[in-house]
Design a protein around this ligand. Sequence first.
Ligand SMILES: Nc1ncnc2c1ncn2[C@@H]1O[C@H](COP(=O)(O)OP(=O)(O)O)[C@@H](O)[C@H]1O
Ligand SMILES: [Mg+2]
Length: 249
Amino acid sequence: MAAGFTPLIELSGVNKHFGELHVLRDIDLTVGRGEVVVVIGPSGSGKSTLCRAINRLEQIETGRITIDGVPLPEEGKGLAQLRAEVGMVFQSFNLFAHKTVLQNLMLAQLKVRKRGKAAAEAKSHQLLERVGLEAHAAKYPAQLSGGQQQRVAIARALAMDPKALLFDEPTSALDPEMINEVLDVMRGLAQEGMTMVVVTHEMGFARSAANRVVFMADGQILEDRVPEDFFGHPETDRAKDFLSKILKH
Ligand SMILES: Nc1ncnc2c1ncn2[C@@H]1O[C@H](COP(=O)(O)OP(=O)(O)O)[C@@H](O)[C@H]1O
Ligand SMILES: [Mg+2]
């Protein structure tokens, strides 16, 4: 490992089944502080389950997951705290429809971080500015485009001062012209040193922003390489096949 590499997210020997389906198979993965790891692979390979396990939205059966050296908490109080420290951004933005953008950003700050109202409001405005949406603070999610809603969801995750952010196909539900405005925000975060695990089919983002590409198939990590090597010289037949399919269109 490179000098200065400090592990932030560590999975070792992680296994999970859904009934008969072995959805995570002996997963070992370390994400260093400030690293951007892009996870790619065919549909059904376990990418979302991997993210959900890191955020403890799914329980694992065997193995160990630690964040900053601390094992994931069991049910209960520790979980809300964990989810604040490891924010997650989903394909479907999951904003509260009956709350304004500002209220969406303030809610968890008040409830989970126990910030005062003024501090939460100030932080919200600062983050809206950062994602280019300050002018939309008083709107409801339905009044925004998909790309704008996803930027609000990113700001909401950032409002928790997370140690890391997980993105599960953050641009897959967006019209093509809105994808870049979201990827630009993510690139900015990466440049500022945010630790990120990103499930995406955006290979341009993977090439330009990722420190490593993790390729999954059938619940296993088959490759874990720097982008140049992965895209230039995929080692496994599964990865070669996958790349030939997605790079063709
Ligand atoms: N809650 C669940 N119950 C049963 N099967 C599930 C559940 N969630 C996911 N799966 C199955 O687990 C496999 C991996 O799913 P997922 O992690 O969503 O893959 P990916 O994100 O790579 O498309 C798929 O076969 C999916 O159908
Ligand atoms: Mg998925």
